[in-house]
Design a protein around this ligand. Sequence first.
Ligand SMILES: Cc1cc2nc3c(=O)[nH]c(=O)nc-3n(C[C@H](O)[C@H](O)[C@H](O)COP(=O)(O)OP(=O)(O)OC[C@H]3O[C@@H](n4cnc5c(N)ncnc54)[C@H](O)[C@@H]3O)c2cc1C
Ligand SMILES: Cc1ncc(C[n+]2csc(CCOP(=O)(O)OP(=O)(O)O)c2C)c(N)n1
Length: 582
Amino acid sequence: MKRTGAQMIWECLLREGVETVFGYPGGAILPAYDAMLEYPSIHHVLVRHEQGATHMADGYARASGRVGVAIATSGPGATNMVTGIATAMLDSSPIVCITGQVGSKLIGSDAFQETDVTGVTLPITKHNYLVTRAEDIPRTFREAFYIAQSGRPGPVLIDITKDAQQSTAEFDWEAAAPRLPGYRPDLRALPSEYQRAVELINTAQRPVILAGHGVLISGAMRQLAEFAEKTSTPVALTLLGLGGLPASHALNLGMMGMHGEAWVNNAIQEADLLLAFGMRFDDRVTGNLKTYAPFARKIHIEIDPSELNKNVKVDVGLVGDLREVLDELLPEVAQNEHAGWLAHIDEMKGDSAVRDIQNLPDSGQLFAAHVINDLWRLTNGEAIVVTDVGQHQMWEAQYWKHEQPRSLITSAGLGTMGFALPAAVGAKFACPDQEVWVIAGDGGFQMTMAELATIAQEKIKINVAIINNGYLGMVRQWQEFFYERRYAATPLFSPDFVKLTEAFGLKGMLVTERGQVKSAVDEARAHPGTVVMEFRVEQEDTVFPMVPAGADLNAMIRRPKPEAEVTAVQTEVAAVQTEVEW
Ligand SMILES: Cc1cc2nc3c(=O)[nH]c(=O)nc-3n(C[C@H](O)[C@H](O)[C@H](O)COP(=O)(O)OP(=O)(O)OC[C@H]3O[C@@H](n4cnc5c(N)ncnc54)[C@H](O)[C@@H]3O)c2cc1C
Ligand SMILES: Cc1ncc(C[n+]2csc(CCOP(=O)(O)OP(=O)(O)O)c2C)c(N)n1
């Protein structure tokens, strides 16, 4: 059948099962928007900034495991997408971004709103396309969706010239199968490598599993639990791996890395075998590579061969989908007991398990960690939490115990402030029946708060907790530790968040004391529409433990005992600073 290129865009999206797209119109994408009216079964969410569209698509993808779609015009519309695309790239999130482009004859002439967006996004997309002919649209879309979600997922951008949208061609979906001879998402390890892995696993005395985002992406939650139980191996999780094994599971140690639990990092440093399952040894996770896990043999199960031996040299690299690899390994590995090792890790927990939260003064004053811990308890931990970036993000990781996969959505690799509110909109569209909470700082919230208008227009229900400490908290913390408390450009003015929210026709609430938290949260949850809650918390609180960037993984700065002076922190900082690489 004949279709315009503009119609083909929607025909393709329909065939890919897309129900919702997030976007913003403009000249070069107008033919596509005009054709959209013929396809009412696809819901278009009008955002307030194209960055928001990409984060929404990303939040949609992370909550559902399906491809999220964002659409924008050329030039400024496309460049506004850049941060969201990079965010999705760093966290392996499958999104497809569609941009309009100036007419093909004008390309390279600095035409109105012309930007070489395929050039701009080349390093931050898994793949991108410039389409100049209508007949190329079906194959391009099929390839884009396939690439975005196969192998290691990631963002794909399709830039379509205005004339390609306007011209007419034959639309034959069946004939437009992907042609990607060089793309090999199906590489698998050799049997000899499996054998070597099994030997190492069966003979290890002090093994630790490092479970990452790949557990969730491949859907290997059951296999991970079975592997851990059969081999009696404790599991440390990355920030993006949280929820991959229920927090309540006896073998779940908690989060590793810069703000991970002390005993987790200590266990990694003492281990004789590390089993990295779908994680990429990010520098926030390893600390100083020269001293990382010095006694451990390493097995890395990873779908992207370029990750093997990239940061950490491993003894065995098993390329493949984690779930498939674990299915192969499970019958081969021996049932084992590591009672002594597990008891030793338990001992390392000592008083530190709840030390940080216990040491906060119980003065009725609000501390961010208390608020987040209260939110977790009051919701029974059954919500999807979408966090922004900063101190609150780390406290969420520490004090919200995630039982379910995909219950935490956070920008980890790029650490994109402004991510939470729009990503939560995407998550809500993906999972309309789930309770969705945003936890954001006063800084990050202000970056994308215009999306409250999108929320109001779409009449969706999200609960937003702004953890307002009056600072760009995480940067202030670094200034406190490493710049002698010179708070350059971190004290932060905020609007009256309650009035601001009300201006959008939504409900705003202010909470200033611990005693108000429960009733306020109950009220917010019962309210049918979106509620923005401002929690005014202690201004100069600090996330502990902390491994300074580049320091040894077990060189953690701990929260001083209540009676200790600030100088205690400074002494700890000085003690670990010798090894720091800036
Ligand atoms: C302020 C701040 C502080 C942070 N502190 C910490 C911290 O203390 N601890 C921490 O853990 N993180 C921390 N992070 C996050 C950190 O920077 C990394 O983003 C995170 O550790 C990456 O986790 P990951 O490797 O599991 O996930 P990803 O970066 O998403 O990597 C996943 C890996 O799994 C692979 N994979 C994907 N699909 C499959 C599959 N099907 N089968 C097999 N493999 C697959 C991918 O190829 C990739 O290599 C922090 C971030 C911020 C912003
Ligand atoms: C877009 C962007 N700009 C700058 C940064 C650097 N940065 C990391 S955390 C942080 C402070 C965040 O402050 P806030 O949102 O108030 O959260 P808090 O740390 O106080 O919880 C900044 C500026 C970033 N991560 N993203």
